[in-house]
Write a protein that binds this ligand. Sequence first.
Ligand SMILES: NC(=O)c1ccc[n+]([C@@H]2O[C@H](COP(=O)([O-])OP(=O)(O)OC[C@H]3O[C@@H](n4cnc5c(N)ncnc54)[C@H](O)[C@@H]3O)[C@@H](O)[C@H]2O)c1
Length: 340
Amino acid sequence: MNVLLTGGAGYIGSHTAVALVQAGHRVVLYDNFSNSSADVVRQIEKIVGRVVALIEGDVRDTTLLVEAMEQHAVEAVIHLAGLKAVGGSVEDPISYYANNVQGTVSLLQAMQTTGSRTLVFSSSATVYGVPRYLPLDEEHPTGATNPYGRSKLHIEEMLSDVTRSDAAWRVACLRYFNPVGAHESALIGENPHGVPSNLMPFITRVGSGSLHCLNVYGADYDTPDGTGVRDYVHVMDLAEGHVAALVFLSQTAGWHAINLGTGQGHSVLEMVRAFEQACGVPVRRVMADRRPGDVAAAYAKVDKARQLLGWEARRDLNEMCASAWSYQLAQGDQTEREQK
Ligand SMILES: NC(=O)c1ccc[n+]([C@@H]2O[C@H](COP(=O)([O-])OP(=O)(O)OC[C@H]3O[C@@H](n4cnc5c(N)ncnc54)[C@H](O)[C@@H]3O)[C@@H](O)[C@H]2O)c1
């Protein structure tokens, strides 16, 4: 299948591109590089051993999207382009709604024009808001606590309306929990611009010494050790979930919300200790105040993914930490080579 990946040069997009090519699909990456760079595409090509099509552009540019989709005879889209920092969305909601919501409207218009009706959307566990019960199943009421989450929810609702208006649409909203880790080659991984807002790249940068110390936001939550609990899932497992979603959508029309997680919750301190054990590197940390909008604990019920997609996460915490660290070390080597 010819698959367009918006945000394909990003963290999840690059790993998904590898999984898709290895499953026999042809991919076209579409990215404006606002949080990534074209170098990632070279790294993907090294892993898969072939040239990968790349278009530099913004998802709000409907004309360019239509051209890209026609040129590459795109049959399905995996939509990952968007902004993702909760704090950033509180400070600048307009950019979040413009990139995420307006970007998706533009993509849907391009898909309508070109006749492509199969879409996998990168949604998030954040659409569940403050958990009323755990584990979170897909029937849990939705209700976001910040503009980022609300943008995801608006998009999910828009997609649901679109599938109701025309039975040809096939849409999977994959609700990711907390992707971490990197491809085993250490050629691609999570490398955000600026100070990371996610836990694992923060830990690895403290481990490498490029950041001084990890702030643990909240040590007084109602959790076993007081720190926040999340469902960390290896990014390659997540990537394979997208391949499974395309197979599912080739057999099933309509709108589907599906959790992608492991079903296991781990606290921040557990993650830090797992990292120290897997990588043999100490992580300096300080306890800090809770961040507004963070919830105490969130982890997934994963039965629906197992039943509909035949997918479940296979990689453990050790693999998540070790691969993230290998990628961080490779980044260090890369910087040294560039400086010489
Ligand atoms: N990483 C997570 O923890 C997580 C969790 C849940 C959901 N998600 C969602 O998954 C998607 C991918 O996340 P990621 O972690 O790979 O983030 P990322 O920032 O690494 O990747 C997003 C990519 O989209 C590109 N992009 C942003 N706005 C664009 C635009 N207007 N036009 C074209 N390209 C644009 C960026 O340059 C980047 O390469 C996002 O939509 C995010 O909200 C991520």
